[in-house]
Design a protein. Structure first.
Length: 73
């Protein structure tokens, strides 16, 4: 017997873990009192608001070279 986390999406029960049940395998479904918070999809435009590009982002190799220029090996 195994225990698997999941949630009810309004139509069906969805597991959040990968399981490989056999056809006609018996299951026990326990409903918990806690609700799963629903995540809303995020668009690429919304993700761009978190990006703060650096003036050095155009040439990463040049940027790394500048960081290491004062190091003596």
């Amino acid at each position: 017997m195994i225990s698997v986390k999941g949630y009810y999406d309004g139509d069906k029960y969805v597991t959040t873990e990968t399981v490989y049940p056999h056809k006609n395998q018996s299951v026990i479904i326990t409903l918990l009192d806690e609700e799963k918070l629903e995540r809303k999809p995020v668009t690429l435009e919304q993700l761009d608001t978190f990006v703060n590009p650096s003036k050095n982002s155009d040439n990463a190799q040049n940027y790394i070279s500048k960081l290491r220029s004062d190091r003596v090996f």
